[in-house]
Design a protein around this ligand. Structure first.
Ligand code: NAD
Length: 267
């Protein structure tokens, strides 16, 4: 029997793709497609809204009485209702919403005593694999390799460097015993901009509609090794979230990570 899935933020860009790919996978029974009260899509069949087939589940602010797992890609404003519902009804939670406050993240930890939970700001399988190997590559290459991280995103992205670029830098810094975040040098300009040893250069390009590019450059005299990740569209996050949801169903209460889901703990 397939796990019963609720998609929270069902009308959003991520929510619609989660519904579409969950249907396509044939591995879930979607039992809820939740949205904020008064959303103009309320009452519309969630499968049709997602550009897939009708599934007889209307978009609604009313959550079903039971489910195995919820995937939430909504907004921090939805957080209290989402977490309370999952904790009270013992529904496993894949939490992809970003921008949560410290107190919200603390509440996530508390809720993980009651339900199995995964919270990750980047659920892409490829990026999580890169997170897990980048430190290993840094330590294998050794201190004579300069490290620069170049990330590219669309013109609408507000923050820089990206959260993923910072995670990559943090993992590299840990592997090279560099003080994080003081080892980071954001961009370079001016006449005294010579590269210093034991620093990680961070560069953020913002242009057009680039979905997301991350290059970690390791360079020494004579050669360069570059690890690259390229996001073609949002489906890489969606596939990671669906994989996390399948993995999470039936687990004991606790806080899990994409590292657990993907079995990456060995690096
Ligand atoms: P979006 O604005 O297109 O969709 C958000 C949806 O949530 C909207 O349809 C909105 O109406 C709905 N919503 C608002 N309040 C709600 C409530 N109380 N209950 C239910 N639904 C509610 O945004 P998006 O691009 O789909 O992204 C959603 C979230 O996912 C953002 O926080 C984004 O940063 C995050 N995100 C995370 C990852 C990851 O890998 N973790 C990847 C991509 C996006």
């Amino acid at each position: 029997m397939n796990p019963e899935l609720i998609v929270n933020g069902a009308s959003g860009r991520m929510g619609r793709r989660i519904i579409a790919l969950a249907i396509e996978s044939g591995k879930f029974d979607i039992v809820g497609a939740s949205e904020r009260a008064g959303h103009p899509d309320s009452g519309t069949d969630a499968g049709v809204l997602a550009g897939s087939k009708a599934i007889n589940v209307p978009v609604s602010d009313v959550l079903p009485s039971t489910a195995d797992v919820m995937i939430d890609f909504s907004l921090p404003e939805a957080f209290d209702k989402t977490l309370n519902y999952c904790a009270e009804n013992k529904v496993a939670l894949v939490l992809g919403t970003t921008g949560l406050s410290e107190s919200q993240l603390n509440r996530v930890k508390q809720a993980s005593e009651l339900i199995p939970l995964i919270q990750a700001t980047n659920m892409s399988v490829g990026m999580n694999v890169l997170f897990s190997i980048v430190g290993k590559v840094a330590s294998l290459l050794g201190p004579d390799y300069d490290i620069e991280i170049v990330e590219q995103h669309h013109r609408f992205k507000k923050d820089a460097p990206s959260g993923s670029a910072l995670t990559l830098a943090k993992n590299v810094a840990a592997a090279r015993n560099l003080p994080y975040p003081s080892c980071l040098v954001n961009g370079r300009s001016g006449k005294e901009a010579l590269r210093q040893a034991d620093t990680i250069g961070m560069h953020a390009v913002r242009a057009g509609d680039i979905t997301g590019e991350h290059d970690v450059i390791f360079s020494t005299l004579g050669e360069t090794v570059t690890l690259s990740h390229s996001a073609h569209n949002r489906d890489n996050f969606v596939r990671g979230a669906l994989r996390a949801a399948l993995w999470l169903v039936g687990k004991n209460p606790g806080m899990y990570s994409m590292t657990n889901v993907l079995g990456l703990g060995c690096f």
